[in-house]
Every structure is written in C-alpha cells, then in structure tokens.
Design a binder for this molecule. Structure first.
Ligand SMILES: *[C@@H]1O[C@H](CO)[C@@H](O)[C@H](O)[C@H]1NC(C)=O
Ligand SMILES: *[C@@H]1O[C@H](CO)[C@@H](O)[C@H](O)[C@H]1NC(C)=O
Length: 243
C-alpha cells in the first residue's frame, strides 16, 4: 500500500516532467511559476487542459492511500478575469454560500492533485465549506452554521481553470464520512447553487454549465470509501457583472 502510493506519485511526477520537457518548458520551481501573470486559456478552447493528457490525473490522492477522490467540477478559464483570480473565486464561493473552514474544525490531511500543468503533485490550495448563514462570519462558526458539503481546490497554472474536488459528508464534526453518492451529490449541489446566479457584494455571478464525460471513471474503482461515481465532470463558465 505504502510502496504503491509512492510509486504512483513517482510515476505521476515522472510523466509530468516528461510532458513538460516535450512542451519545451521543463520543470521550474513553483516560485517562478507563481510570479507569472494569471493567464487566460486559449480563447477557442474549453478553458482548461485535461490533466490526464499531460501527465496529471483527474483523481486527487491522500497520502498512503491508492484510492482517491474525483476532481468533479471545473471552473473554466474562459470565465471572467475576476473569477480567475483567487479573490474573485473566493467571492464567488461566498456568493454560493461557501467559505473558509472555521477555527477548530479539523479537516485532516491535505489532498494532492496533479493538474498536468508542470507543477506536479501538490497540496490543495484550500478547502471551502458550506456555511448555512451568509455572510460567512469568522467567530460565528458552530455546528449549526457549517454544512457537510465542501470542496478542495487547485488552479491549473497554464489555463487559470479551477479544479474542485466536491463531496458531501455525513457528519462534519464527527466521522467525516462521505454519504453514499456523496461525490456526485456534492458536485450537483454546487452546480445548482451556481445556476441561481447569485448577487453578492454588488456583483452578479452568471453561470452556464456543461457536463462532460471521459475525464473520470464510472463506478467505484480507485475511488475512496468505495463510493460509486457517475463519471461526469461539471464545467462551469462564470460571467461577472458589477452593479
Ligand atoms: C505513510 O505511512 C508511513 C508508514 O506507515 C508513515 O511513516 C508515514 O508517516 C505516512 N505518511 C503520512 C503522510 O501519513
Ligand atoms: C455596494 O454598493 C453600494 C452603493 O453604491 C456601496 O455603498 C457599497 O459600499 C458597495 N459594497 C461593496 C461591497 O462594494
């Protein structure tokens, strides 16, 4: 188990490095990449690059576990420039009722993902949880205001697309057990909130969705907790208008 996880991570990194060499970019320290401007995806493309095509994976992994969790929602790099910034992505998350985890809520290990963007396997940038009460207020966090739905996220550095691993938990404060269908359910809940086109802090977020197949497996093979997934990925494109 341990050895195979390490082997899997090593293979993933090797393939990513090979892909980056083919692309003529080489692997650079992430400090160099982070200094670059936020890039838009090619205008005629879908606004993301399929991680698997480039040595990455659409499955996120935890340390010492060969099964993983689906990156089941993508926010296309064709979205508004504000959404492509961390500030805007966070504001949109707040607009649909999600925010930073509260003080005292233990979330466990960081998930690792490889988006095929030359950065290799790396930890989630953060995790946002559903907050029943808006606006999210630090200090008002208690069991009554925190929901089981949450997502971990990473930004693909080559396209600025956000990749989200969404899942719904049974009991956020005790077991952290994913509900049956918890990955699909978590994804669809976020999509339905996004499609309400919320207005928050004078900005309106208008979303279109496209469900695609072929990026994720169908069933429970390689999926954490033996939970079956339908193999669909929701791709959101978000436009923003200001009041
Ligand atoms: C993975 O398992 C090994 C062996 O049990 C352990 O030493 C190591 O700390 C574990 N790593 C993590 C990140 O849990
Ligand atoms: C929203 O617009 C109102 C009216 O122009 C303004 O007073 C307020 O500061 C704005 N709020 C934010 C968060 O920008």
């Amino acid at each position: 188990m341990v050895t195979s996880t390490i082997a899997l991570l090593a293979i993933g990194a090797g393939v990513a490095a090979a892909a980056a060499r083919r692309a003529g970019t080489g692997i650079m320290p992430s400090a160099d990449l982070s200094k670059r401007d936020i890039k838009a995806a090619p205008r005629d493309g879908p606004g993301y690059i399929i991680p698997n095509d480039n040595g990455g994976s659409c499955i996120g992994l935890f340390p010492n576990n060969t099964n993983g969790e689906p990156l089941n929602l993508i926010i296309s790099g064709n979205s508004d420039a504000y959404i492509r910034s961390l500030e805007g992505f966070t504001a949109w998350s707040n607009a649909i009722g999600f925010g930073k985890e509260c003080f005292g809520l233990h979330s466990g290990a960081a998930m690792q993902a490889n988006l095929g963007d030359g950065k290799g396997w790396r930890s989630q940038q953060a995790e946002f949880r559903f907050l029943y009460e808006l606006p999210p207020q630090v200090g008002a966090c208690s069991e009554s205001v925190i929901g089981g739905n949450h997502y971990r996220f990473w930004q693909q550095s080559t396209t600025s697309a956000w990749f989200l691993a969404c899942s719904e938990e049974e009991d956020v404060f005790e077991s952290h057990t994913i509900v049956p269908d918890g990955y699909d359910k978590g994804r669809d809940d976020i999509v339905s909130r996004a499609l309400k086109n919320p207005t928050y802090r004078n900005k309106t977020y208008m979303t279109t969705v496209n469900y695609i197949t072929g990026l994720l497996p169908v069933g429970d093979n390689g999926i954490n907790h033996g939970i079956t997934i339908d193999g669909r990925t929701a791709v959101l494109t978000i436009a923003v208008t200001s009041k």
